[in-house]
Design a protein around this ligand. Structure first.
Ligand code: IVH
Length: 668
């Protein structure tokens, strides 16, 4: 169907108007028109799109409402690693950082820094190709994240399209930033959750994370998420010479950037800004946990480089963790999924860093002895980020003489069998593999979001499944019958069916998640991904020797030993066999990086190809290769299209392999 010219024009106008007013409303909190007027424009846009489906553009505001639920998130590789930051907590430590920077640059004058709040949210990356927002992902482990494009599109402050000028200059551009929820929105959201009798979020960061990791993007669309940009990464940022220029570009493309961002010189400006942010911190409508300081000049950044996944040109100066005083009422001992016995301090509830705290961790027996803490003591707790707080000190002056000594048990609080403390370890462990609490914890972990992601299977249900004898090991989950489930408390037909459906869906999870789900001591998301990528095939991992495992970069000797111990246990092997028989997907793992076929290989691209150069550049980067602009004897391949000129000649002279489009496909 051809689209009449006047409709096209109307569509384009509506498009721009809606984008403008959405920005005024969502980002600048300064609406110029009523909600009804806005809705009217939006309805007209939808009407046109319904009538002329071919008109719908990827960057249309209608694409922000959320799409069909996904079965699971795909893993994506970041073109350029998302780095982490070195940390300092005092001015002296910052001064040492500043000295390292000066030394690295061989300079003595004051360094120019961009200083801005460190937002306490979730790091994400947005990839724009030819100006259109194409791919959005979580930070993940820095090199791989999850594809959450659909969800990010629902955030109204994320532009779906960049200006023509920027897209021409930078055909592929990656914008990085933090997704947050404001405190006021968080309170409203929790009030709504309470009415709906849904579990409440602990803090804005968790609420943001939970909302972004929804498979149903319609749920994400209903959550008050905000995006704040703090950086751009691209292979070629020519024309941009400093972090400040990046901030300017981000702003001119309508990305929200940090308020309270300054360009300062030397230690004094930075310290002053720290004092300021520290003093206004609790009055801000969003949570910040420190400040990020970046060397402004890109040449200098390059010169400084990076070390162990963190740049030498940036640092996070963290605020002091908040502390509070309360009473230790009791100690509970719990058994984790790997059998570790953990003492948990039960506290008189106190409010600290935005949350009410009633538990604190005490880690192990040695710590109880070192702190010399007793039941009834007044204790100082410290909370950093969203972790359970630690007890850092006992106020002994407040003792009345009625405090009771804590006695560490020598039997398991769940199965009552004898527990032991292996040599060299700080923890007491229960080695009974049929210990009910361990199984409950293992099921809970198995069903969690980073593992098999079985919706609706939480701690309470796991407890019932074990107590009623329906699940003795993890594989039993895949043999549950509806009639058995209906015997459980609060389990109606619909809920039972939903649970069975969720369990069925979980059979399709990919290998890294299965490895996480098994709950092998020390093997979390990062190690699981490394193992899946290294072995590809589960059976190879299962039969790997201690030596082989130890040699894998990222797998230390402790984890290696725990893996071999896990697979030496006949009970575990039987359980895995049962899962396979039930249809759990143990298929070989293929990463999007299509192996690391091009690791260490350097490419130059020249001539006219059938697709934009950036397409090929991405292909090479995805396979872990490098793309540079000038040929030297260190270049491995020249990818040459039609009308290749001087580069082709140079490659011939230097003996660099020359390949065409088809050959690169084969290489990868
Ligand atoms: S810059 C190489 N700026 O902090 C520099 N990061 O460890 C990379 N973060 O999770 C980060 N606010 O998402 C930068 N203004 C800011 C930030 C910020 C929060 C987070 C970031 C990442 C962590 C870095």
């Amino acid at each position: 169907m051809t689209i009449p010219g006047n409709i096209q024009e109307e569509y384009k106008k509506l498009f721009d108007k809606i984008n403008y007013h959405a920005r005024m409303y969502y980002e600048l909190d300064n609406p110029e028109i009523s909600d009804a007027e806005y809705d009217k424009m939006f309805d007209r846009l939808l009407q046109i799109e319904k009538e002329y489906p071919e008109i719908v553009a990827t960057e249309s505001p209608s694409q922000r409402v959320g799409g069909e639920p996904l079965p699971q998130f795909e893993t994506v590789k970041h073109n350029i690693r998302m780095l982490s930051l070195q940390k300092v907590t005092t001015e002296d430590e910052f001064i040492e950082f500043d000295e390292r920077v000066k030394k690295g640059l061989g300079e003595s004058g004051e360094i120019e820094y961009i200083v801005e709040p460190k937002l306490d949210g979730l790091a994400v990356e947005l990839v724009y190709e030819n100006g259109i927002f194409m791919l959005g992902s979580t930070r993940g482990d820095g090199s791989h994240g999850e594809n959450i494009t659909q969800n990010l599109k629902t955030i109204k402050t994320i532009p779906l399209k960049l200006s023509a000028e920027t897209s021409k200059k930078y055909p592929v551009i990656e914008v990085r930033g933090e997704v947050i929820i404001r405190r006021s929105d968080f309170n409203k959201l929790n009030a709504k959750m309470e009415i709906e009798e849904a579990p409440l979020f602990v803090n804005p960061r968790n609420a943001a994370a939970g909302s972004l990791r929804q498979l149903d993007s319609k749920i994400t669309a209903s959550r008050p998420l905000k995006f704040i940009a703090y950086g751009i990464s691209a292979n070629d940022l020519s024309g941009l010479r400093s972090q400040m220029a990046v901030v300017d570009l981000l702003q001119s493309e309508n990305f929200p950037v940090n308020d309270y961002l300054i360009l300062g010189k030397g230690i004094d400006d930075v310290s002053k800004h720290f004092e300021k942010l520290n003093s206004i911190r609790s009055n801000l409508n969003y949570e910040i946990d420190g400040m990020v300081i970046k060397v402004n000049d890109f040449e200098k950044q390059k010169q400084l480089g990076e070390i162990s996944r963190a740049p030498r040109w940036a640092v996070a100066w963290k605020f002091k963790a908040e502390i509070a005083t309360t009473i230790l009422k009791d100690i509970d001992f719990s058994v984790g999924r790997t059998g570790t016995i953990t003492p948990v301090a039960k506290l008189e509830p106190v409010f600290v860093s935005g949350a009410t705290i009633s538990n604190a961790s005490l880690h192990n027996e040695d710590e109880i002895n070192e702190l010399d803490v007793k039941i009834g003591d007044t204790v100082v707790i410290q909370r950093a980020g969203d972790v359970i707080p630690d007890i850092i000190r006992v106020i002994k002056e407040k003792r009345t003489g009625t405090e009771k000594t804590i006695i560490f048990p020598h039997t398991c609080p769940s199965c009552h069998q004898k527990i032991s403390r292996p040599e060299g370890e700080a923890a007491w462990r229960c080695f009974n593999s049929a210990c009910p609490d361990q199984i409950i914890e293992r099921i809970f972990h198995f069903a969690s979001n980073s593992a098999m992601e079985i919706d609706g299977l939480g701690g309470k249900l796991a407890t019932q499944l074990v107590e009623k004898g329906l699940v003795k090991d993890l594989s039993d989950l895949y043999f549950l019958k509806k009639e058995n489930l209906l015997l459980l408390d609060l389990m109606a037909d619909k809920r039972a069916q939903n649970l069975l459906d969720a369990i069925e869906t979980s059979k399709r999870r990919e290998l890294p998640r299965i490895i996480v789900a098994l709950g092998i001591f020390g093997v979390g998301e990062t190690a699981a991904l490394i193992l899946a990528e290294y072995f590809g095939d589960f059976d190879k991992l299962k039969s790997a020797s201690l030596d082989e495992l130890t040699e894998i970069s990222g797998i230390g000797p402790v984890i290696a030993r725990s893996i071999t111990e896990y697979f030496a246990n006949p009970g575990n092997l039987k359980m895995i066999e049962n899962m396979k028989n039930a249809g759990v997907n143990f298929a070989p793992f293929k990463t999007d990086k299509k192996s690391s076929r091009l690791t260490g290989k350097t490419f130059v691209i020249t001539g006219t190809l059938s697709r934009p150069r950036d397409y090929f550049k991405k292909l090479i980067l995805n396979a872990d290769g490098k793309v540079v602009s000038t040929i030297s004897k260190n270049t491995d391949y020249l990818l040459a299209g039609e009308n290749a000129g001087s580069k082709l000649e140079k490659a011939q002279k230097l003996g660099v392999s020359i390949i065409n489009e088809n050959e690169i496909d084969k290489l990868i």
